[in-house]
Design a protein. Structure first.
Length: 491
């Protein structure tokens, strides 16, 4: 079998957004599955909008996601001469021609057609020029565009899209389209095909928004005598109001960078994105890399557009709740030794890291992150709600403060007494701390929950978390007593 080759060709006119990442992921999965070669090609011919920052951002985002490629990055702008030469070859072979019509002349014809309610198509004035007329125009240096000559007759372009099925467009429906502008620059439609031929691309997996280009691009392949690749167009991912996603209207939440900077695990994002537009044959939701490569196939691609259902008012994190729950799943179940360095990174960024966590306090560190992760969704939670385990400066959530502390007039005194009981314990462990807390509640004739919730609020600042007596052990005797006493002293 001949080599299978795919490409991911982003235009570097912005950050890597989730739609682009999803396209890259599908190409990568297909390439891995078929032992194929994946090429990264930067389509940077729109010089005004392409930026170096954007190229760096795309490469950084792909690297972070773990999407690797085998060749490239190649840059489309390095091949502009080849694109133009190809257009001239097409003229020589009778598949293209120079068009000298002025914009004004074309506009006038279009207006006439519109007024008569006829669909406008270029009328091939310049195809009909005699050799003498052409020569005269060239001598006078009249500017021209190069148009592709669509085959005559009532034939059509037909192809089998792997997702959308058989697609047919009649030649009559396609106007002789421009492939080189009057300023001598090639159109994207042409450059893209010339590059794909040079890169020997056999399979094109791209967004459904490319579908409109495909019949014209196939005509170019055929005119050049090149094999036509297999096309698969993917459904789009839209916002909750079914509008196209863009950073301008949606902000950071649609960029890969946002997830990198806000405590997502790259594989969790890959797992989430792949399910936006593809369904596995089983109802499996979480996949290892090997499982996903094994399970992926173009047959599972959905025709219907998917919704990136991000929720601005989500209480935990501003994204699609499904993305968050997939991330939480990985964070809560991944091997703890793999999680530890990621937590270290977060704590270092927040100046909460202590080298002892890798030496004498290593066992404590590992068991603590294992205890607290069961409630966490993103890595940054270790420095947010998890801060209380690594610092004495942590925020107090006003809700539990009101409910568990302010509401009880004598809570300061009670928690002061509890601190004393803790102090006199020979062994500060879950059973003992629970026992004395319940005993004290009994003596004070109050519900144990009052002491338990009050203690949790004081030592963690939060309403909920892991079991309180596990929490106390993790925070440690001295810190628990000091925090309770400080609170008690404040009255
Ligand atoms: N550069 C195009 C884009 O970013 C790629 C289109 C294609 O895959 O052919 O949309």
């Amino acid at each position: 079998m001949s080599e299978v080759r795919l490409r991911f060709p982003p235009s570097p006119t912005g950050y890597l957004h989730i739609g682009g990442a999803r396209t890259a992921i599908y190409n990568w999965l297909f390439a891995k599955k078929h032992n194929a070669t994946l090429i990264l090609r930067i389509e940077d011919t729109d010089v005004e909008r392409s930026t170096k920052d954007s190229i760096d951002g795309i490469i950084d985002g792909l690297n972070w996601l773990g999407i690797n490629w085998d060749e490239g990055p190649y840059f489309q702008s390095d091949f502009l001469n080849e694109h133009i030469e190809t257009a001239h070859k097409l003229i020589e072979s009778g598949h293209a021609y120079k068009c000298f019509c002025t914009k004004e002349a074309l506009d006038a014809k279009r207006e006439t057609a519109v007024a008569a309610k006829i669909t406008y198509q270029y009328d091939r004035t310049c195809l009909k020029l005699s050799p003498e007329e052409k020569e005269a125009n060239e001598k006078q240096n009249i500017p021209y565009v190069i148009r592709f000559k669509v085959p005559d007759g009532d034939g059509s372009v037909v192809f089998e899209d792997k997702v959308y099925g058989r697609i047919e467009r009649t030649y009559m429906d396609i106007e002789d389209f421009v492939i080189v502008r009057s300023n001598g620059t090639p159109l994207y439609l042409l450059s893209n095909v010339v590059d794909d031929i040079r890169d020997r691309i056999t399979h094109i997996i791209r967004g459904q928004d490319g579908l409109g280009n495909t019949p014209r691009q196939i005509l170019i392949y055929e005119a050049l005598g090149a094999p036509v690749p297999v096309f698969s167009h993917m459904s789009l991912t839209l916002d909750p109001k079914k509008a196209k996603i863009s950073k301008r209207s949606h902000g950071e939440v649609v960029t890969v960078q946002f997830y990198k900077e806000n405590g997502f695990l790259p594989w969790a994002l890959v797992n989430f994105l792949v399910l936006l537009g593809w369904s596995p044959a089983s109802d499996q939701e979480f996949f290892s890399q090997e499982e996903l490569i094994e399970a992926f196939s173009l047959e599972g691609m959905n025709k219907a557009n998917s919704i990136f259902n991000y929720q601005k008012d989500h209480p935990k994190f501003f994204t699609d709740p499904k993305a968050l729950s997939i991330n939480a799943h990985y964070l809560q179940t991944m091997p703890i030794e793999e999680l530890a360095p990621l937590v270290k990174n977060v704590l270092q960024n927040e100046k909460l890291w202590d080298n002892a966590y890798e030496n004498d306090k290593k066992d404590w560190f590992i068991s603590t992150i294992d205890l607290i992760r069961s409630r966490f969704h993103v890595l940054t939670d270790f420095a947010g709600p998890g801060r209380t385990y690594f610092s004495d400066e942590y925020e107090m959530d006003p809700k539990p403060v009101q409910k568990n502390l302010t509401k009880h007039e004598k809570i300061g005194v009670w928690l002061g007494l509890l601190a004393e009981r803790f102090e006199s314990l020979p062994d500060f462990n879950q059973e003992e701390t629970e026992r004395v807390a319940r005993e004290l509640a009994d003596e004070l004739d109050i519900k144990p929950g009052i002491l338990i919730n009050g203690t949790r609020t004081v030592v963690t600042g939060q309403a909920a978390g892991a079991g309180l007596f596990d929490v106390l052990l993790a925070i440690g005797r001295d810190r628990v007593i000091a925090r309770l006493k400080k609170f008690s002293a404040q009255g």
